[in-house]
Design a protein. Structure first.
Length: 189
């Protein structure tokens, strides 16, 4: 793949990552309405067997009821997920720097990969502490697993572009004599 193709692929793989961050942030704001819709679409769980129920329908219903009760008693709790959304938006905006100059902003891809790796232990440990079902923690982990793939390719290709740029011969220009000592000026002449 030539450098221009790599540059194009880097941009194509960065856009979905930015989009994913933005969508993740945007869905953190209307949680109550989203859960209302999910419960309406899935239907109510079998409450006669709720003690033994571990299915997705019961889990969505349980989260819906908990969130509704928490928001009714403490509506300011929603402000926390507003800030969660803000964090996603800010990280997405930072990746515009990678779109603008991927080689100079290569560190953003490394930062993103580190975050993707950290999603897995964070979801597993914190999810277990909060009683989140294992299958739901796996869904959370999937964001890190799927997110790291395009970031790794972008990181790899920006490194290759950086090395190719370093190997390119620089055009010779006669150095300015004003910046050098007398000895250096005489050596240049």
């Amino acid at each position: 793949m030539n450098p221009e193709q790599k540059f194009q692929w880097i941009k194509w793989l960065t856009w979905p990552f930015i989009f994913g961050l933005f969508v993740s942030g945007a869905t953190a704001i209307p949680l109550q309405r989203e859960l209302d819709l999910a419960v309406k679409l899935l239907g109510p769980p079998d409450l006669l067997h709720q003690a033994s129920s571990t299915g997705l329908r019961f889990w969505i219903w349980k989260v819906h009821e908990g969130l509704a009760a928490a928001y009714a008693a403490f509506p300011s709790l929603a402000y926390g997920t507003d800030w969660l959304a803000f964090g996603h938006f800010v990280i997405a905006i930072a990746f515009f720097g990678a779109l603008r100059d991927p080689v100079r902003n290569r560190w953003l891809y490394q930062f993103g990969m580190i975050a993707c790796v950290l999603v897995i232990p964070y979801a597993m440990i914190m999810g277990a502490m909060r009683g989140i079902p294992f299958y739901w923690r796996l869904i959370d982990c999937s964001f890190g697993v799927f997110g790291i793939v395009p970031l790794w390719f972008c990181w790899k290709w920006t490194g290759e572009l950086e090395k190719a740029n370093e190997r390119r011969p620089k055009p010779f220009t006669k150095p300015s004599l004003k910046r050098h000592s007398t000895r250096t000026r005489n050596a240049i002449r």
